[in-house]
Design a protein around this ligand. Structure first.
Ligand code: 5AD
Ligand code: SF4
Length: 479
């Protein structure tokens, strides 16, 4: 393979509006290359975008897909495509290992199809050790870029077509937000919207602030305009995305609270459901609780990551709340908005965590009665403060993990059973994977209901009778 090329390793200052125009010009150029390829192949070239990780990444993949479609690729789900992009996650090490494993498989495909192109992007690419490893052991990769320069994907695509080796373009950070690039939504009726990027919290276990950079909020006007356009386009449900939405707007020239933004979003005609992700307990204001309570559109689901129920561990995690403060907050929410589902994230096996600490976590789970909880085994991330702390032996972690999981499942089951027999609105999302006679809908509280119906209902919000509760989903009937 020819020499590898590194384009930049810098933080660039650019003008947002001009940048959009620049990128649109690159899209035209890239379209020319895709056209050439199409003539060579005698068909439209195919492209597959594989997403690892969170909703932020899913939204980024929609942006990549928008550009790919615009330059002439046919989007497919199958990795036996002319161009494969992995949008990676690095929050826990198992996500990284999955990427390396699948790269081996892609190499096999590329040997059969030498014209195939492979690109890697996303959080994992922001880690210098990863780039080093790929340069050394995965030289068949054509393009690598990070989280800060995804908006210049069209430019990078053009460079990839022109280059004769690996293109690597990683920026350490950026203060840039480029608006108005094409997006290809996965669902016509619902959409994520970034309201902010990055995180300033530096929880001691978490790599996100290092790979996603400092907190930057989008201008409220841009957000509202984007949602208005989505509404005109038929979108009924939106999810406002940020690592820590409760601190939205603090650093804008004209500061605004997240609660005020929600009030503005609520006014947009056509939008029937509003979700948001993720809330940090330390920043959740009374103003926000009030807005949620009064709202007709904000969904009855709040994701409120606990991480640990032990104040001592929370301090070591740099979470900036105590067990008691978290409990008081959860109680206030349950009191003010009784039908609000509360879900959470929990980490088991953080350095120094004892059985007694885990008992505290279990105590919080029992007191809050979560509707659902994502439970993770602590994963050591190089460069974070917790990586240097003394790690808990694996056996102990496994045992504690099983205890936490069991408690979570019990409370979730109990909470789900409470709604059996009610009739609630569901947004119909899909035909059921296993049974084509059934549709799958999502309730306001984020639970899933399967019920008989015609696929023409997809995208509509319909009342469904929750006939049987099956733990994590319901079987229902349309009324
Ligand atoms: N190990 C395990 N889980 C982690 N999370 C973040 N960093 C780590 C880590 N190093 C979890 C947190 C967070 C969720 C998105 O991922 O619970 O809320
Ligand atoms: Fe990571 Fe904490 Fe920021 Fe969430 S709030 S992204 S856990 S540092």
């Amino acid at each position: 393979m020819a020499e590898q090329t590194t384009v930049t390793q810098i933080t660039e200052k650019i003008d947002g509006t001009k940048e959009t125009e620049r990128q649109l010009a690159f899209m035209e150029k890239a379209a020319g290359y895709v056209q050439e390829l199409s003539e060579k192949l005698g068909r439209k070239p195919t492209c597959c975008v594989v997403t690892f990780g969170c909703q932020m990444n899913a939204r980024d993949s929609e942006k990549l897909s928008g550009i790919l479609e615009k330059v002439g690729y046919e989007l497919v789900e199958n990795e036996e495509a002319d161009f494969v992009i992995y949008n990676t996650c690095t929050v826990r090490d198992n996500a990284n290992q999955r990427v390396y494993g699948r790269l081996g498989y892609l190499n096999g495909l590329k040997k059969k199809n030498p014209h195939m192109k492979i690109a890697l992007c996303g959080c994992m690419m922001q880690e210098p050790s990863v780039i080093e490893k790929i340069r050394k052991s995965y030289r068949f990769v054509d393009l690598i870029f990070g989280t800060h320069n995804i908006y210049k994907f069209a430019e990078l695509l053009t460079a990839m077509f022109e280059a004769d080796g690996m293109i690597v373009d990683i920026w350490k950070d950026t203060d840039q937000i480029v608006e108005d690039l094409p997006v290809e939504r996965k669902y016509p009726f619902k959409s994520g919207i970034n309201i902010m990027f990055g995180c300033n919290n530096f929880c001691s276990y978490c790599i996100v602030p290092y790979v996603r950079g400092r907190e930057r909020s989008r201008n409220p006007k841009d957000i509202i305009r984007e949602i208005e356009k989505l509404s005109e386009d038929g979108v009924k449900e939106i999810m406002l995305l940020g690592q820590n939405v409760n601190s939205y707007g603090k650093n804008l020239e004209e500061p605004i609270t997240f609660a005020k933004l929600l009030r503005e979003v609520e006014k947009i005609d056509g939008i029937e459901r509003i979700r948001f992700m993720t809330s940090h307990p330390k920043d959740l204001s009374d103003e926000l609780i009030q807005v949620m309570k009064e709202s007709k559109k904000i969904c009855r689901h709040l994701h409120l990551p606990l991480q640990s129920g032990s104040t001592e561990i929370l301090t070591k995690m740099n979470r900036r709340y105590t067990k008691e403060q978290y409990l008081a907050l959860a109680e206030k929410i349950r009191r003010e908005i009784p039908d609000m589902a509360i879900t959470t994230d929990i980490i088991v096996g953080f350095p120094g965590e004892t059985r007694a600490d885990v008992d505290e976590t279990i105590d919080v789970i029992n007191k809050v009665q979560y509707d659902n909880a994502f439970t993770f085994i602590y994963s050591k991330r190089t460069g974070t403060p917790a990586a240097a702390m003394e790690q808990v032996p694996e056996e102990e972690v496994k045992e504690n993990f099983a205890r936490v999981l069991e408690t979570v499942q019990q409370t979730a089951k109990k909470r789900a059973a409470l709604l059996q027999g009610q009739t609630l609105s569901a947004l119909v999302e899909d035909v059921n994977d296993q049974d084509p006679e059934l549709l799958t809908g999502r309730l306001s509280n984020n639970m899933i209901v399967h019920f008989k119906g015609e696929k023409e209902l997809i995208g509509q919000i319909v009342p469904v009778y929750l006939k049987e509760c099956h733990g994590f989903y319901y079987l229902g009937e349309r009324v």
